[in-house]
Design a protein around this ligand. Sequence first.
Ligand code: SPD
Length: 357
Amino acid sequence: MKQLVRMFSIVIVVSIVLMYVISRMNAAEGYTGGNTLTVYNWGDYIDPELLDDFEEQTGIKVIYQTFDSNEAMLTKIAQGGTTFDISVPSDYAISKMIEEDLLIPIDHSRLPNMQYINEKFMDLPFDPENQYSVPYFWGTVGIVYNPELVGDHTFTSWDELWADDLRNQILLADGAREVIGFGLNSLGYSLNDTNEDHLQEAKNKLNKLTPNVKAIVGDEIKMLLANEEAAVGLVWSGDAAEIMSENEKLDYVVPEEGSNLWFDNMVIPKTAKNIEGAYLFMDFMLDPENAARNADYVGYSTPNDAALELLDEEVSGDTRFYPEDELLEKLEVYDNLGKRMLSHYNELFLEFKMHRK
Ligand code: SPD
């Protein structure tokens, strides 16, 4: 009898250990049960204290994972095997996800704080009527530079990047659309151009930039520029704002030939397991105080009017990061160029990267 009880106890203990190990493995793969929420966001794109506050307010545990490009995020969600409840793609990637039937339509009645979003960020062509996405941050692509290290350059033109005196001084954000885009813009073409001759011309011109390019990097671009490891960077506006808060010598400009205006919105992928939690999270992030804290922390521009009022006037009145409509009208939003053309942009970017080796 004693032996039977011992064996029974062993079986119970082994089962408990196994259940624990399996639940940890699931968590690592983004498993969401009733009381967890898996958020898949860009790196450095949220105030981590907001996640703690959300957990405390709702009792929902957040499992947080990051990506560094729309392409990486799209591939991961499309290939399946994940259970993300929230993601934050950009404009053209949202359009692609809608096209590929990867998103759940949004019920606006579950998002009372959506009222604070400025209407110019709603109903944009990549998601008419915001059927699938909720504004998070927005911004431009431009050049951050250290006036003490670049002579007379003020980068009002993309062409200044090719100057001989900038040898090994430029860092580029690791984005295919951003790099091919400024190559096209520098030639006077649209950053949505699909003409093969124009694309080859842009790549050949970018190849000539190679001697000036020190590195193509991810989020570390902020630390490198703030520490003056390079004089110039091609960056998203919010990263420029953060870099400039670390090193006040630096400035940010959007070249006059044109550039990219982008929008990152929250979505609920079809992989979601906690839809109720996803709505709670989106509405929490739309709350004016939370949205203002988030904007303050990450440095990006908020589409939330009530949050904007809570920010320092120094921040909300800075036209480098909240540009006037006149500049915005000159900028272009990335189109969803379709699977084949987007892959072609990626190939061209890869060829440019290889050219540097
Ligand atoms: N580190 C956060 C980066 C977020 C950038 N999103 C901009 C995407 C533009 N296509």
